[in-house]
Design a protein around this ligand. Structure first.
Ligand code: GDP
Ligand code: IMO
Ligand code: MG
Length: 428
C-alpha cells in the first residue's frame, strides 16, 4: 500500500503540481489533503498549461481516482469554473470525488478575509483573500458547513445554517439557504464519504499520492506564524487531511526550488533586492498562479530546508527550477544563520537572522534538455551535491523545465515503494 506524500518544503509554489503530475502516471489515486483555492498548481503538458486550485493535479490522466479530501476547504464557484475549464478541454472528471467532510467557503468568509486584512493595514498577512482563514476558523469553532451538509433535505440544511446565523446575527438565513442550494447543484455529483474509498485503495495495495498545497513554512503550526496559512501542509497534515494513519505512509518527498520564493508578507532571510533577484523573478516567471502577485525571490535557504526535512521526515527532495539558475555568474547558498544552530521558533528572531552564504560557481548554458545527471554542467552537479549534503537528504528528482518530460529522475518513489517498473516514468 504505497502512499506517497508530496509536500512543499519552502513557502509554497515549489512546483508540487509538476511532480504530482509526473508521479500520477503510475498512481491509482490522488488526494488533495488541505488548503483550498489559495493554491495555484500549474501543470504543463504537450504545450498546454493547466492551472489547478482545488482539483488534484493528477486529473489529467483518465481513470485515476482523484479526491478533494476532508482537510480541504472548498469554494464551490471556483471549483465550478475549474471543472468547466477542464471539460472544455476534454478532460474527464468522472473519477473526481469530494469528501463530505470538507468544509465550504461561504461569501461571508471571503468578506471577513478582506476585512481582516484591511484592518491589519501595513501588518497584513498578504493572504490570497479567498476566505481560507475564516473558513477554517468556523471549522475549528464548530460552526462550519461541510460538503455533506449540502446534501441534506432543505429543512435539515436550514437547521444547520440556523446554528451559524445564531452566532453570526448579521447573516440572513434565507439568503444563506439559497446560496447553499446553488452550491449543492454544483457539488452534488461529486460528494461522497471518501474514507471508505481510501480504505479500499489501501487494502487493494494501490498507489496513493497525497498532494499537499502551500508549503512547510506556511504551516499553521510549524511555519512562520502568523505569516502562514490556516491549515497543515506538512506531512502530518496528509494523514488528518485525507483520513489515513501514519503507518500507511511509505514515502515523503519534499519539493524545493533551487532558490526560494515567497508570496505575501513575513520574514524571508535570503530575500534578494538586486540583479540576481531580478534574474530569478524574470527567468523563473515568478508571478503567483492564483493572485498574479510578484513573488519575492531569494537564494536557497538551507536552515529552512533542514527544518523541512525534519518536520516532514523527508525521504528525498525533488529540486525544481534548476534551469532558472543558468546564466548567473555565481550562485549563493545560505548554509547557516549566524550564531544560531536551530531554525528559530520566534518571528522576531527569524526577521533578524544574518544568513551565512557559501558561493558556488554558476553555469551559463541552458540545461532544459538534460535528462541524466551526467548531462548537467559540472557546476550544476556541484550545486546539487552541496544542496543534498547540507540538507542531509538525497535528491531524488531534478526538474530542469516546466514540462512533464523536463526532469532527471534519480530515485523514483513509485517504483521504490511499489517495486513496479512496468511503465517508464515520464514516458508520455
Ligand atoms: P506549486 O504551487 O508548488 O504546484 O507550484 P506553481 O505551479 O504555483 O509554481 C511553479 C511554477 O514553476 C509553474 O509555473 C510551473 O510550470 C513552473 N515550473 C515547475 N518546475 C519547473 C522547472 O523545473 N523549471 C521551470 N522553468 N519552471 C518550472
Ligand atoms: P500553493 O499550493 C504560495 C500564502 C499567501 C499568504 C499566506 C496566507 O500554490 O503552493 P491564505 O490565503 O492561505 O490565508 O494566505 O499564505 N499562500 C501561498 N503562497 N503558494 C500557495 O499555494 C499559497 N497559498 C497561500 O500568499 O502569505
Ligand atoms: Mg502555486
Amino acid at each position: 500500500m504505497p502512499a506517497i506524500v508530496v509536500v512543499g518544503a519552502q513557502w509554497g509554489d515549489e512546483g508540487k503540481a509538476k511532480v504530482i503530475d509526473l508521479l500520477a502516471e503510475r498512481a491509482d489515486c490522488i488526494v488533495r489533503y488541505q488548503g483550498g483555492c489559495n493554491a495555484g498548481h500549474t501543470v504543463m503538458r504537450n504545450g498546454e498549461t493547466f492551472k489547478f486550485h482545488l482539483v488534484p493535479s493528477g486529473i489529467l490522466y483518465p481513470g485515476k481516482t482523484c479526491i478533494i479530501g476532508p482537510g480541504t476547504v472548498i469554494a464551490p464557484e471556483v471549483l465550478q469554473a475549474e471543472l468547466e475549464n477542464l471539460h472544455a478541454r476534454n478532460i474527464n472528471t468522472s473519477a473526481l470525488y469530494i469528501s463530505s467532510r470538507a468544509h465550504i467557503t461561504l461569501p461571508h468568509h471571503i468578506a471577513m478575509d478582506n476585512l481582516k486584512e484591511e484592518a491589519l493595514g501595513d501588518d497584513q498577512i498578504g493572504t490570497t483573500r479567498r476566505g481560507i482563514g475564516p473558513t477554517y476558523l468556523d471549522k475549528v469553532d464548530r460552526i462550519g458547513l461541510r460538503a455533506g451538509d449540502l446534501m441534506l433535505p432543505d429543512d435539515l440544511l436550514r437547521q444547520k445554517l440556523n446554528r451559524v446565523v445564531r452566532q453570526k446575527p448579521t447573516l440572513n438565513l434565507d439568503e444563506l439557504l439559497s446560496i447553499c442550494q446553488h452550491y449543492r447543484d454544483i457539488l452534488a455529483p461529486y460528494i461522497i464519504d471518501t474514507t471508505p474509498l481510501l480504505g479500499k485503495v489501501l487494502t487493494a495495495h494501490e498507489t496513493l499520492l497525497l498532494e499537499g498545497a502551500q508549503g512547510t513554512m506556511l504551516d499553521l503550526d510549524h511555519g512562520t506564524y502568523p505569516f502562514v496559512t490556516s491549515s497543515n501542509p506538512t506531512a502530518g497534515g496528509a494523514c488528518t487531511g485525507s483520513g489515513i494513519g501514519p503507518r500507511a505512509i511509505s514515502y515523503v518527498i519534499g519539493i524545493t526550488k533551487a532558490y526560494t520564493t515567497r508570496v505575501g508578507s513575513g520574514p524571508f532571510p535570503t530575500e534578494l533586492f538586486d540583479a540576481a533577484g531580478e534574474h530569478l523573478c524574470t527567468v523563473g516567471r515568478e508571478f503567483g498562479t492564483t493572485t498574479g502577485r510578484k513573488r519575492r525571490c531569494g537564494w536557497l535557504d538551507i536552515p529552512a530546508l533542514q527544518y523541512a526535512v525534519q518536520v516532514n521526515s523527508l525521504d528525498a527532495l525533488a529540486v525544481t527550477k534548476l534551469d532558472v539558475l543558468s546564466g548567473l555568474p555565481e550562485i549563493k547558498i545560505c548554509v547557516a544563520y549566524r550564531d544560531l544552530s536551530d531554525f528559530p521558533d520566534q518571528l522576531e528572531v527569524l526577521s533578524q537572522v544574518e544568513p551565512v552564504y557559501e558561493i558556488l560557481p554558476g553555469w551559463q548554458e541552458s540545461i532544459t534538455h538534460c535528462r541524466h545527471l551526467s548531462d548537467l554542467p559540472e557546476a550544476a552537479r556541484t550545486f546539487l551535491n552541496r544542496l543534498s549534503e547540507l540538507a542531509g537528504v538525497s535528491v531524488g528528482m531534478v526538474s530542469v523545465g516546466p514540462n512533464r518530460g523536463e526532469t532527471i529522475i534519480l530515485a523514483d518513489p513509485v517504483s521504490t515503494c511499489a517495486n513496479r517498473l512496468d511503465v517508464p516514468l515520464g514516458s508520455c
